[in-house]
Design a binder for this molecule. Sequence first.
Ligand code: DAH
Length: 399
Amino acid sequence: MANPLVLSDNMPGTAKSFDEALQILNLEINQVKVDPSALNLSTSSNTAIIQGYFSSFQTNADFENARIKIFGKNGVITTGFADLKQVPPEIRPAVGNQRKELVAAIERPSSETQKRLQQAVLDAKLNTEGVDVTLPVREAAADIGRVHPITQVIDELTAIFADMSFSIAEGPDIETDDYNFTKLNFPKDHPARDMQDTFFFNPKPDGSRLLLRTHTSPVQVRTMLNQKPPIRVIIPGRTYRSDSDQTHTPMFHQVEGLVIDRNSHLGHLKWILQEFCKAFFEVDSVKMRFRPSFFPFTEPSLEVDIQCKRDKGEIRFGEGDDWMEILGCGMVHPNVLRNCGLDPDEFQGFAWGMGIDRIAMLKYGMPDLRAFFEADVRWLNHYGFRPLDFPTLAGGLSA
Ligand code: DAH
């Protein structure tokens, strides 16, 4: 049951502090529980004082403290109305109503203050964390990275050959002696095998040995063993030879081409290579030189040079009277066709192997091949390509 009513001398509404106002509120609640018509809690002058306090809190701590003292588990309103069940039933609804209105009356300034304080915290943050618009613009991640020229060139040449309806074939970097040499008509123990300074793995117990492929040509074999003519593929990839100077590195890149059909001939080959060079170097005509040569896997065999100018270590494309060898090619040797299960009386074709690094150097004026593989960020920043400028079949080559 409610405490006996004790009205303090300074009632109503003359509290000198927030805590005093709470004490008065407590007394007022007790009074209402006895006689709800005696006063209206939500409009009493003491409640106005409490509302005033709530409107004026300047810190979250003060506000929270006060809120707990009124609404918390041991708060004045919570405990003051805890014994509502013991209030005589005839006045209970009126007391309950008073509580509801009192809660609403104090919550109003309370929630406004809460918003005001949250806004103040935000304002303070904005003031201290201001944006300095004079700072230089930070580059987006996609603008910082660069595409390596080799990747770029592989994509360019893939797009060009795809336009001529070539598809792409691939094979492993670690090859068998059989695919890298024997099936390509390199006779056993023939000095031709030494033409290509090969990195061999240790022999297996059965005497066979794996190697790092010295050219992309073994993928010709893999392709012919797996596909029926007509065949029209290009094979870009890494190749390895123990060789190193300004234009040779132990790892380099080739793109192999292979066309097998019933009537494919050297005229087709020459046209394809010329069209490729025009598209790749983005010119109307390219001076190319076809020289007779020798490869075990082609007959006849040719080497192709492209006109360039060497000037104080720089290589420039399309001028001067120097020549740079960019590829070997020829008609696929009948023995190779036979080794790959094709009848040379029925099928014939041509193939080529082109140095990707070489044509990249020529197109983009990069004098030293070794720099390609040194992973020097300054070099890459200079010669690399922006990812979004990447050429595509749809976007064009010089996007
Ligand atoms: N595989 C040769 C090399 O690496 C290049 C080559 C020559 C490839 C003639 C061919 C070809 O497909 O027909 O030196």
